[in-house]
Design a protein around this ligand. Structure first.
Ligand SMILES: O=C(O)C(=O)Cc1ccc(O)cc1
Ligand SMILES: [Fe+2]
Length: 385
C-alpha cells in the first residue's frame, strides 16, 4: 500500500543568495562508447537535432563530441579515453552543467570542489557524487559561440530527421540521481551547502513502497526553483529495490532519469511512439480508479482521458493543478538510465499519486530481467561488467 498524502513539501527557501546564483540546467554530458551512434539514436528516437561537433577534423585529438539539442535541451556527448568509466558504468550521464553567476564564489566561498579550471572557456567542472561531475558554465560577457568553445557547426546532415514527426520536448524539468543505501543524505548536504540549494520535497520508505521494494527520496532545488534534483536511495523491502538494481548495474551512484517537459504530452508521446520509443505500460485498473477519483477532484483535466489511457500516460493532481507523465524503458542495454516526458498545469511537485502504479510497472520490467529477487544484505553478484 502506498500513502502519498504524507510526503513533505518544504516552504522555506531560505535567504536569497547574494552571489553564486545557479541559473538553470545548461547541458547534460553523456560518456558513451560511440558518440556518433548515440547522438543518432537520440535524434531519431527523441527528436533532437545535431548542433555542433568536436573531433579529429576540428583538431580535437582525444575527444569526439556531438552536441545535440531540442528547444532548450542541450545534450553533449563524448567519446574519448574513458575506458574505466565505460567498463564500470556503460553508457550514462557523466556531467550535469549549470549556467551560473559568480563561479569563483561558489568554488572559493561555498567550497564546491574544483578539480580543473579551463581558462577562458567558462567551464568549471566540480566533483559531485560517484563519478558524476557538475560543470559551472559562466558567461562573463554575451557569448556568441554556437555551443561551447572548441565546437564547430556539425557536419552531420541526416535527411531522415526532417521526415519524422515533432517530439515537442522543451526543457529539462528535473534530473534524478540514485545513491546506494545510506548515501543520500551526504549528497543532499552537498547541494544545500555548496550550491545553496534548499529542500523542495521528500518521501520516505514508509510511503514509497510496493509489496516488494522500497526507496527514499529527497528533492533539492536552487533558489529560483529552475533546477530540481531528486536523489533516491534504496530501502529494505521483501525484494531488491529498483534503486539497488540501478546501483548494481551502473556500478555505483549515477543519474537514473532525465525528465523532459512538454506543453503537449499527447502529441509528444504519440510522435515519440511513432519514432519507436518504448514506454512503460500502466494497467487498466489504474485508469478505472483515476476516473472514479477525478469525479470528486477540484481540478478538471483538460486532456481527453480516453487518449491518456490509450497512451498510458499517468495523471497526478492536487486541489490546484495536475501533472501528466510517462516513463520510457531504459535507453541502453543496462537497466540504468531512462527518460520521462512530463507536462504540468500549476503543479510543481512530483507524481506521488502515481508512484505505486509506476513502481509496479518498473518491477514488472525488473522481474523480466531476473532481478526482482529477495533482498539480502550480502554483496550482490557482479552484473555483466
Ligand atoms: O514523479 C516523478 O517525476 C518521478 O520521477 C517518480 C519516480 C521516483 C522515483 C523513481 O525511482 C522513479 C520515478
Ligand atoms: Fe521524474
Amino acid at each position: 500500500m502506498l500513502i502519498s498524502s504524507s510526503c513533505t513539501s518544504y516552504m522555506d527557501k531560505g535567504e536569497k543568495p547574494e552571489k553564486g546564483h545557479i541559473v538553470n540546467f545548461h547541458h547534460i554530458t553523456f560518456w558513451v562508447g560511440n558518440a556518433k551512434q548515440a547522438a543518432s539514436y537520440y535524434c531519431d528516437k527523441f527528436g533532437f537535432e545535431h548542433l555542433a561537433y568536436k573531433g579529429l577534423e576540428t583538431g580535437s585529438r582525444e575527444v569526439v563530441s556531438h552536441a545535440i539539442k531540442q528547444d532548450k535541451v542541450r545534450i553533449f556527448r563524448l567519446h574519448l579515453e574513458m575506458s574505466k568509466h565505460l567498463a564500470q558504468h556503460g553508457d550514462g550521464v557523466r556531467d550535469i552543467a549549470f549556467q551560473v553567476e559568480d563561479c569563483d564564489f561558489l568554488v572559493k566561498v561555498k567550497g564546491a570542489l574544483l578539480f580543473r579550471k579551463d581558462m577562458n572557456c567558462h567551464l568549471f567542472p566540480v566533483f559531485q557524487f560517484g563519478d558524476l561531475t557538475h560543470t559551472f558554465v559562466e558567461y562573463p560577457s554575451p557569448y556568441s559561440g554556437l555551443f561551447l568553445p572548441g565546437f564547430k557547426k556539425t557536419y552531420i546532415k541526416d535527411p531522415l530527421l526532417s521526415k519524422l514527426p515533432h517530439t515537442l520536448l522543451n526543457f529539462v524539468d528535473h534530473l534524478v540521481g540514485n545513491q546506494p543505501d545510506e548515501e543520500m543524505l551526504p549528497v543532499i548536504d552537498w547541494y544545500l551547502n555548496c550550491l545553496m540549494f534548499h529542500r523542495f520535497w521528500s518521501v520516505d520508505d514508509k510511503m514509497l513502497h510496493t509489496n516488494y521494494s522500497a526507496l527514499r527520496s529527497i528533492v533539492v532545488t536552487n533558489f529560483a526553483e529552475t533546477v530540481k534534483i531528486p536523489i533516491n536511495e534504496p530501502a529494505n523491502g521483501k525484494k531488491k529495490s529498483q534503486i539497488q538494481e540501478f546501483v548494481d548495474y551502473y556500478g555505483g551512484p549515477g543519474i537514473q532519469h532525465i525528465a523532459l517537459n512538454t506543453s503537449n504530452i499527447i502529441q509528444a508521446v504519440t510522435n515519440l511512439k511513432a519514432r519507436g520509443v518504448e514506454f512503460l505500460s500502466t494497467p487498466e485498473t489504474y485508469y478505472q480508479q483515476l476516473l472514479e477519483k477525478l469525479k470528486t477532484a477540484k481540478i478538471k483535466v483538460k486532456e481527453d482521458l480516453a487518449k491518456l489511457q490509450e497512451l498510458k500516460i499517468l495523471v497526478d493532481y492536487d486541489d490546484k493543478g495536475y501533472l501528466l507523465q510517462i516513463f520510457t524503458k531504459p535507453v541502453q542495454d543496462r537497466p540504468t538510465l531512462f527518460l520521462e516526458v512530463i507536462q504540468r498545469y500549476n503543479f510543481n511537485g512530483f507524481g506521488a499519486g502515481n508512484f505505486l502504479a509506476l513502481f509496479e510497472a518498473i518491477e514488472t520490467e525488473q522481474n523480466s530481467r531476473g532481478n526482482l529477487i529477495p533482498h539480502t544484505d550480502d554483496k550482490p553478484p557482479k552484473p555483466f561488467y
